[in-house]
Design a protein around this ligand. Sequence first.
Ligand code: 5GP
Length: 205
Amino acid sequence: MPSRSGILYLISGPSGSGKTTLCRRLASEQQAEYAISCTTRAPREGESHGVDYYFLSIHEFKSKIEKGEFLEFAEVHGNYYGTLLSEVVTKLESGKDVVMDIDVQGAALVRNSKNPSIKLALVDLFIMPPTVAELRKRLTGRGTDSDEVIELRMNNSLEEMAYKDQYSYLLCSGTHEEDYLQFLALLQSQRLMTSRLDVKTLDVG
Ligand code: 5GP
């Protein structure tokens, strides 16, 4: 088997597009490592520190900004979210694929990164919900957010969709299973890119 460098699979899409579920499934099937983000938002029921997010106070988050620990960070839905360099770069350099669930602002920052490991590794995908009505249904059906938060997320989601053309790949969401098959297929195809493969001489034995 040829060795290859890791892929940074960067996933954006509105809240309710199903992207977090897809990213988590990819990681649970050991296809990629999930980059756990930092956030200042409060944990939802069932979420835990170090698994879903690193839940930080604003003070802790700002201190990490000052120390230059973030690959990127952004304010999303009134809270800070950011990815630590330590969650990404070492894994990529050891040939592991990393999947990131990130908003459109963070994605733009990663795309503009000067870090050569990141540039070589990047594959960006935007996930579109099937319809606006379905998006609202998914946001409401989660049952974890207040009406005010749902409205804010709904408005932000519509704005986020305007950025879809900045991504190399677009997945229009259907069923969970259909989405996952396409999501995995894209990652698998990227693993075959010649620029990522280190093929030595042919074994003619
Ligand atoms: P949620 O609060 O629903 O978990 O996430 C809200 C939004 O924050 C989602 O669009 C998600 O993609 C984004 N997000 C999660 N982690 C990060 C991150 O590390 N950086 C950035 N820029 N956005 C993130």
